[in-house]
Design a binder for this molecule. Structure first.
Ligand SMILES: Cc1cc2nc3c(=O)[nH]c(=O)nc-3n(C[C@H](O)[C@H](O)[C@H](O)COP(=O)(O)O)c2cc1C
Length: 175
């Protein structure tokens, strides 16, 4: 334990696992995110926390829009690896998955996904290493009924790791 912060205490927080995607000037990219939550109901707004170094972050700032795909529990670790451990600057992640292109050229990953949500960016907050994007939901669709993957199951059942750009990378030390 350093500075009185026990990482096991933070590991008790619950999250889902999602793909956050965007498109700018015909270039599509997306990344795995667990730091995502709904904030309000009327209008429906959400917050997404993205590392400043990520290519997705750069494109969301330019496009002002992003989509969220809710991953199902049965998603293979390899699929998560494409979006969560590789950078889209030198690799076309959308050549590796099924997706739809929504209004305004916004890509939405449909593979291994239970639901898709489209948002427009309302504001951006700098948080040290990351930027928090507050988005307003414009559209939401359910692809199928099923069990969403939780961040806890990603670690405990799938034995997945968190890359250094994930806000919760500290959890790697707990295991
Ligand atoms: C389970 C998991 C959760 C993650 N959560 C976040 C997150 O909440 N925010 C973030 O910025 N990166 C997160 N990441 C890391 C990004 O997905 C990763 O850095 C990705 O390669 C960025 O790709 P890009 O450079 O193409 O945007 C997570 C990765 C994994 C595997």
């Amino acid at each position: 334990m350093e500075n009185g912060i026990d990482p096991r205490a933070l590991f008790t927080l619950n999250y889902g696992v999602y793909i956050l995607s965007t498109g700018y000037e015909g270039k599509y990219n997306g990344q795995i995110i667990n730091a995502l939550m709904q904030l309000t109901a009327d209008p429906i707004c959400m917050a997404a926390c993205l590392h400043k170094d990520n290519y997705t972050t750069e494109l969301v700032e330019k496009s002002g829009r992003f989509s969220v795909s809710v991953l199902e529990e049965s998603v293979p670790l390899k699929f998560i690896g494409v979006f969560g451990f590789r950078c889209g600057r030198d690799f076309d992640k959308f050549g590796e998955c099924r997706y739809e292109v929504k209004e305004g050229g916004l890509p939405l990953v449909t593979e291994y996904s239970l639901a898709g949500i489209e948002l427009k960016v309302l504001s951006v907050q700098d948080v040290f290493t990351h930027k928090v994007f507050i988005g307003q939901v414009e559209k939401a669709q359910l692809f199928k009924e099923g069990t969403p993957l939780t961040y806890a199951n990603y670690h405990r059942v799938k034995k997945g790791k968190s890359p250094s750009n994930a806000p919760s990378a500290i959890f790697n030390e707990v295991k």
